[in-house]
Design a protein around this ligand. Structure first.
Ligand code: LLP
Length: 470
């Protein structure tokens, strides 16, 4: 296809700055493309958390994940406070740490009063190392190993049971242990609710690998009610991710409250209801997700109304957002390198990262936006395609984006990269993973160190007979 590159002269970076119409308490981070503290300084450079992005790259290297603490704390408090405002019972927001599991982020979420949800022994270990209280730790996964289950039981977290094998293994572990108290569990159920998002990140429809099928629910409840080594404290469901609609969440509330009722009638008075995560975020100006407050209001009112209609006592209402907490808090800064012009077709600008630090475009065809951090007010004069450095033609971060005239060495900032970027990063082509810094009030702290070449060979072993004589 031949692309014509006629681009109107527009101001570049300022169009993406968070709106100043609302106060910082009411601006929902998931509706912004840049973190809440983003501004353009007198040198026409992008600043986040009071730090000049170009200077951060100079100090900490490139590529660099830059995470804004204020935006993350605001998102956490918006979930927490909206539940208090709209739900008449008790509530607990839990951070789905698969979106970005590391010590600093787990610690910030916990310090804001959120629980932390983990999906592997590694995530559980990290959350424990971060000091997260075991009462607020939830362990998910559709195929937890016996070793992971033993680790989870020992840690005292609540295990969200996904299937029969796990349920029976836990019942045995519970009766074999010397502990007097039963193992706290929740049950993950497949609600049979469809939502409009990428098929890889849909989980609530019946043909899903996660959770107990609804036709097994009665049998599962009956099993648990006769198993003294297990204490079922709640029910859980999650319908998918990057969802902009509210209706599936209303439907979910109705379905889950029916299950609560059924559990109670089978002698299992569960008291917590976790409606999962899934609220979408803005990756481009075309994305228009509901705010955190609207989402919480909808699920709170729907659960309360369903409980009233079905005469079920109000459960503790839980949710577990990932993307909408960390996604908008972070940008990735890259240094621009080579340029290739294919006449009449396309201009490629290459950056010093790509699918290894952000696998989402190649995996889900995700679309991102970017600005040139050291030319924030320069007019947009060309359409380019941002290529990664990996040996793969599909390693394209952004197709056909309007940018100002750039030079090698300029700093390109890709926005909304906090969720499922670092956590899905790889060392493809033996490229070291970038560093991440946390910015706040003009100060930057490293929260993830840049990997070195030594890190890359740390787990390699060279059997004696393969050693080459020099
Ligand atoms: N709870 C459960 C059980 C989940 O499976 C997930 C996400 C969440 C909560 C958090 O959902 P969120 O609020 O982040 O939408 N790698 C994909 C996303 C996979 C989502 C997996 N589960 C991506 O990059 O889009």
């Amino acid at each position: 296809m031949v692309l014509t590159h006629s681009v109107g002269v527009r101001n570049s970076g300022s169009q993406y700055l968070p709106s100043t119409a609302d106060t910082s308490e009411t601006r929902s981070p998931n509706q912004q493309l840049l973190p809440l503290t983003a501004r353009i300084n007198s040198q026409d450079c992008l600043e986040i958390g009071g730090c000049d992005v170009t200077a951060l790259v100079g100090q900490f290297g490139s590529p660099l994940y830059i995470l804004d603490e204020e935006t993350l704390r605001t998102a956490c408090s918006q979930y927490r406070d909206a539940f208090k405002r709209y739900y008449p019972g008790s509530s607990q927001a839990v951070y789905a740490s698969k979106a970005w599991n590391c010590l600093a982020i787990c610690a910030i979420a916990a310090s804001e009063g959120l629980g932390v949800e983990v999906v592997s022994g590694g995530e559980l270990y990290t959350a424990i190392q971060a000091g997260v209280n075991r009462e607020l730790l939830y362990f998910h996964g559709n195929n937890k190993s016996r070793a992971e289950l033993e680790f989870a039981v020992e840690s005292g977290c609540t295990i969200v049971v996904d299937n029969w094998l796990e349920l029976k293994t836990l019942a045995l572990l519970g009766s074999a242990s010397n502990s007097q108290s039963p193992i706290p569990i929740m049950l993950r159920l497949t609600p049979g609710i469809e939502c409009h998002t990428h098929e890889y990140i849909r989980t609530g429809h019946l043909d899903s690998k996660f959770g107990f099928d609804p036709n097994q629910v009665e049998e599962v409840f009956a099993f648990i009610s006769q198993t003294t080594s297990l204490n079922c404290v709640g029910l859980h469901a999650h319908i998918g991710s990057q969802i902009f609609e509210l209706q599936p969440h209303r439907d979910l509330a109705g379905v889950m409250v029916q299950w609560l009722d059924k559990a109670a009638s089978l002698g299992l008075p569960v008291t917590r209801l976790n409606i999962g995560g899934g609220l979408g975020i803005r990756y481009t100006e075309a994305d228009d997700p509901p705010s955190i407050e609207e989402w919480v209001k909808t699920v709170s009112e729907s659960v309360a109304a369903a409980c009233q209609a079905q005469q079920v006592p109000l459960p503790t209402l839980m949710c577990e957002p990932g993307r909408s907490l960390v996604g908008p808090t972070c940008v990735t800064a890259y240094t621009l390198g080579s340029r290739k012009e294919v006449p009449e077709i396309r201009t490629y600008l290459a950056v010093d990262g790509g699918m290894s630090d952000n696998p989402r475009p190649i995996t889900y065809q995700s679309v991102y936006r970017a600005v040139v951090a050291n030319r924030m007010s320069a007019p947009l004069t060309e359409t380019v395609t941002i290529a990664g450095l990996h040996c793969e033609s599909g390693d394209i971060l952004i197709k056909d984006i309007q940018l100002p005239q750039t030079e090698p060495g300029d700093i390109l900032v890709v926005m909304s990269t906090g969720a499922y970027n670092y956590s899905m990063a790889s060392n493809y082509n033996r490229v070291p993973r970038p560093a991440a810094v946390l910015v706040k009030d003009g100060e930057a702290k490293v929260i993830l160190q840049r990997e070195t070449y030594q890190d890359l060979v740390r787990q390699d072993r060279l059997p004696e007979r393969l050693k080459l004589s020099s």
